[in-house]
Write a protein that binds this ligand. Structure first.
Ligand SMILES: CC(C)(COP(=O)(O)OP(=O)(O)OC[C@H]1O[C@@H](n2cnc3c(N)ncnc32)[C@H](O)[C@@H]1OP(=O)(O)O)[C@@H](O)C(=O)NCCC(=O)NCCS
Length: 205
């Protein structure tokens, strides 16, 4: 596989590092401008057409921006590829959709389903039977108990946790360190222990 990474910022560094550790050939990191020249030793390009590639992953932290780029590159004929850091533990029965990124130290337990273009960030845990909707982001060190549902585009902040079988709404944001003890609605910023809706999400997550 010849992979292009869409993005050249901090999250892209992490994705490039994981892909290289996995032995994947990363042929370029696509940035909007040429201000940065390389990401982890991979040349930065400003147009994916500058290199021969057959697969892509979007390495942009913002969920709405990542979603838009995923659609754009798929429409251009590139095939989304998942990148899983070699230190991540993924159950054989877990489903990982194309374009998902699973960072170092993450754990995905049996029968979990991870949607397209999802980020499971460093050291998070996603227990059995969880369903993570496309374009969502489970932040570093977050812990999801069994059967948790995370809606499309939701962000689970660093160190947050969710009790068994709760449902977190689409495009919602769960604040850092929050404990989700009951279902949360769509499109809301939610914080605290227990996590409660604070206000609607303004725009991008
Ligand atoms: C919740 C969050 C999105 C901020 O939302 P916001 O609407 O900008 O909130 P503000 O910073 O204006 O704070 C509003 C109130 O919520 C509180 N608050 C903010 N984040 C909180 C959190 N994680 N837990 C508890 N309370 C929090 C603030 O202290 C403030 O309280 P106050 O009104 O009593 O002073 C942000 O603080 C957060 O936790 N983001 C998660 C980021 C993250 O983990 N990303 C992963 C990247 S890898």
């Amino acid at each position: 596989m010849r992979l292009i990474v869409i993005g050249a910022g901090g999250h892209a560094k992490v994705v490039v590092d994981a892909a290289l550790a996995r032995g994947i050939s990363v042929v370029g990191a696509v940035a909007e401008s040429g201000a940065v020249t390389d990401v982890g030793g991979v040349p930065v390009i400003t147009d994916a057409a500058q290199v021969a590639a057959d697969a892509f992953i979007v390495a942009v932290g913002d969920n709405r921006a990542r979603a838009a780029l995923f659609v754009e590159y798929a429409a251009r004929g590139f095939v989304p590829a998942a990148v899983v850091h070699p230190s991540a533990i993924v159950a054989t029965s877990a489903e990982i959709a194309p374009g998902a990124f699973i960072a170092a130290g993450a754990v995905v337990n049996p029968d979990a389903r991870i949607g397209a273009n999802v980020i499971l960030n460093t050291g998070c845990t996603v227990d059995h039977d969880c369903v993570i909707g496309e374009n969502a982001h489970v932040g570093p060190g977050a812990n999801l108990c069994g059967g948790v549902s995370v809606g499309e585009g939701a962000l689970i902040g660093v160190g947050a946790c969710a009790m068994p079988r709760v449902a977190i709404g689409a495009w919602s944001v769960v604040g850092a360190g929050s404990a989700v003890t009951s279902d949360l609605p769509d499109g809301m910023v939610c914080v605290g222990v227990p996590s409660r809706p604070l206000h609607p999400v303004k725009d991008a997550t």
